[in-house]
Design a binder for this molecule. Structure first.
Ligand code: NAD
Ligand code: UD1
Length: 339
């Protein structure tokens, strides 16, 4: 019998891609999601691509009794925990909602796992926990800090999970710190579907290229970087998802708590991303330079050699493929899943 994995937030951007890769790797997948930032259509398309089915429960992780019903119905060999709110700006406006959806939900999940004797969890952390790093590339032992409630939820959850692991050595926990996920599955059937005005660079650029928005605002060209615009480590969502499959495969052998950066180790500037996108899409991307966005840093990229050593994982997609895959999804689905 194949192993069964619970994926929280599995209808979302990274969760749907990871669900697809888990199915392809031979796992059974159960998804819980409250669909607050996603659509069930993503999972229907995962089923279409793989020819396999995904059990879905519309459950809010803050509801412990509903969550317990899911654990009653299935025996899980592990959990991958994506569910949560993720907009940095919004987190300063409604911090209590962020603590509720991210931290309270995680506590409920961990308690329920404990109750049902399931002690393997992979968690979506973020490079945001490094704050403004003193140097690049960033290794996992760099000091951590947070400048906004979203980042604080990631830091707190990491700490909570470390405490849980100390309290009971039966727990196996992997904290994955993502750099900047972009791209989409090659099929062009699933991808990132932001609600409203995108906060992140890649979905904004692709909406300009497809004609949904007039121009990109580039937040500052006076950083201490080669062309003055911000530099980030963009990583293909399929590479990122593959790391989750490898994390599940290695979690027991690693034991305790492990923390891994997930990035390519390459940094690209905003202007380089615009140029790469114009090349990949053969569409112009109009932009203007505006002031810096508060809280932004100049540059950030990963040293991901620990994930290579311990998980046997390495990013394989280059920049041009990332933008071409983003464009295929965006141009085939200009209104995302809502068409
Ligand atoms: P997403 O919004 O597409 O997916 C998150 C999913 O969680 C959504 O489907 C949403 O409906 C669901 N959800 C939210 N609150 C819930 C709740 N209380 N109960 C049940 N479901 C709930 O986001 P994503 O980009 O796929 O990100 C997944 C995870 O990765 C998040 O934890 C995010 O913070 C983290 N992360 C994302 C990025 C990024 O750039 N996308 C970077 C670093 C870390
Ligand atoms: C942002 C979050 C970070 C989160 C990450 C992934 C902030 C301050 N940080 O990181 O916590 O983990 O997303 O979800 O929100 N840019 C523009 N114009 C735009 C959008 C972005 O010029 O319209 C620039 C930014 O200044 C930055 C780069 O593009 O230099 C990437 O921005 P973005 O995609 O938002 O990611 P991060 O800022 O790295």
């Amino acid at each position: 019998m194949s192993e069964k994995i619970l994926v929280t937030g599995g209808a979302g951007y990274i969760g749907s891609h990871t669900t697809l890769l888990l199915l392809e790797a031979g796992y059974e997948v159960v998804v819980v999601d409250n669909l607050s930032n996603s659509s069930l259509e993503s999972l229907r398309r995962v089923e279409q691509i793989t020819g396999q089915s995904v059990a879905f429960y519309k459950v809010d992780l803050r509801d412990q009794s509903q969550l317990a019903n899911v654990f009653e119905a299935h025996e899980f060999s592990g959990v991958i925990h994506f569910a949560g709110l993720k907009a940095v700006g919004e987190s300063s406006e409604i911090p209590l909602d962020y603590y509720d959806h991210n931290i309270y939900s995680t506590i409920n999940l961990l308690k329920t796992m404990q109750q049902f004797n399931c002690q393997r969890i992979v968690f979506s952390s973020s490079a945001t926990v490094y704050g403004d790093p003193a140097s690049v590339p960033i290794t996992e032992d760099f000091p951590t800090s947070a400048t906004n409630p979203y980042g604080r939820t990631k830091l707190f959850i990491e700490e909570i999970m470390r405490d849980v692991a100390v309290s009971d050595e039966g727990w196996n926990i992997i904290l994955l710190r993502y750099f900047n996920p972009i791209g989409a599955h090659k099929s062009g059937l699933i991808g990132e579907d932001p609600q409203g005005i995108p906060n992140n660079l890649m979905p904004f650029i692709s909406q300009v290229a497809v004609g949904k928005r007039n121009k990109l605002s580039i937040f500052g060209d006076d950083y201490a970087t080669p062309d003055g615009t911000g530099v980030r480590d963009y990583i293909h969502v399929v590479d990122l998802s593959d790391a989750h499959v490898k994390a599940i495969q290695h979690i027991e052998q690693l034991g305790g708590v492990s923390t891994f950066n997930l990035g390519t180790g390459n940094g690209y500037s905003v202007l380089e991303m615009v140029k790469a996108f114009e090349k990949g899409s053969e569409k112009p991307v109009a932009y203007e330079i505006v002031g810096r966005r508060p809280g932004d840093i100049a540059e950030c990229w990963a040293d991901a050699s620990l994930a290579r050593e311990k998980l046997g994982w390495k990013a394989s997609f280059g920049l041009q493929e990332m933008v071409e895959d983003t464009w295929r999804w965006q141009s085939n689905n200009p209104e995302g899943y809502s068409e």
